[in-house]
Design a protein around this ligand. Structure first.
Ligand code: NAD
Length: 260
């Protein structure tokens, strides 16, 4: 069922995307990696995945803020692998600042990378999925797609938008064997989170230790970070045939955060 399917995971050179790429490859899927980073490290990641899982792994460096680059990512994957069966829209960035000081170029970049990129991959990959009557679109939203936190206006807006996109695509694709769901992680200790700790400390005037304890994990009832392996396992399940009737959902993996 997932064996031999072809997947694109955007933003998979690091963090959650890399964890999901590892899990999909482990489930027998060929994976197109995407994201920024050191060329040698990316090549080592690519060959490591191939060696560990015996699948094809390629890399495309599309900047997900650029529609033409996304077109090339999707068409190159279809040409190289033969089809695009699974898209995991994961690429994302963050910026933490009060709204009146929020840099407008950061707003534009966050909306483009965290939201519009998913519109583009979906519009480009969906026709082939419908034609083959099988497809899976997994959008990595966030607990911030369900609830807000101060100082993250663009991110929260983009992630709430991601849930609207997820529901709409699910309805449009429902009779074609294609599902579209959003995973809403709580805090995962990735570079994206690590780098916002100093900014949050500055914005709130508190120490970095206090940011982890009193801000990041304050609402996460388990008081533990979510892991990329846990998110990878859910993504694999959503790609399985057992998940065929799960569509249009927003699935929190947040240690109880949004139960409050
Ligand atoms: P990360 O910074 O570790 O990884 C982000 C990835 O996106 C990297 O591969 C990076 O190269 C890539 N990327 C960034 N800008 C890009 C662009 N313009 N074009 C192509 N690739 C680009 O971050 P992460 O924590 O793994 O986050 C991944 C996703 O998960 C994001 O959408 C984020 O919003 C979401 N998320 C993260 C957390 C968390 O706590 N870490 C929680 C909920 C949701």
């Amino acid at each position: 069922m997932t064996q031999g399917k072809n997947a694109i995971v955007t933003g998979s050179t690091s963090g959650i995307g890399l964890g999901i790429a590892e899990a999909l490859a482990g489930a027998g899927m060929n994976v197109m990696l995407n994201g920024f980073g050191d060329a040698d490290e990316i090549e080592a990641t690519r060959t490591g995945l191939e060696a560990r899982h015996g699948v094809k792994v390629a890399y495309h460096g599309a900047d997900m803020s650029k529609p033409e680059a996304i077109e090339d990512l999707v068409s190159s994957t279809a040409a190289g692998f033969g089809s695009v069966d699974v898209v995991v829209n994961n690429a994302g960035i963050q910026n933490v600042a009060p709204i009146e000081a929020f840099p407008t170029e950061k707003w534009d970049a966050i909306l483009a990378i965290n939201l519009s990129s998913a519109f583009h991959t979906t519009r480009l990959a969906l026709p082939g999925m419908k034609e083959r009557t099988w497809g899976r679109i997994v959008n990595i939203a966030s607990a911030h797609g369900l609830v807000a936190s101060p100082f993250k206006s663009a991110y929260v807006a983009a992630k709430h938008g991601m849930l609207g996109l997820t529901k709409t695509v699910a309805l449009e694709a429902a009779e074609f064997g294609v599902t579209c769901n959003a995973i809403c992680p709580g805090y995962v200790l990735t570079p994206l989170v690590e780098t916002q700790i100093p900014d949050t400390a500055k914005a709130r005037g508190i120490s970095e230790e206090a940011v982890v304890r009193d801000v990041l994990l304050a609402a996460q009832a388990t008081k533990q970070f979510v892991t990329v392996e846990q998110l990878g396992a859910l993504a694999v399940f959503l790609c399985s045939d057992q998940a065929a009737q799960i569509t249009g959902t927003a699935l929190p993996v947040d240690g109880g955060w949004t139960a409050h």
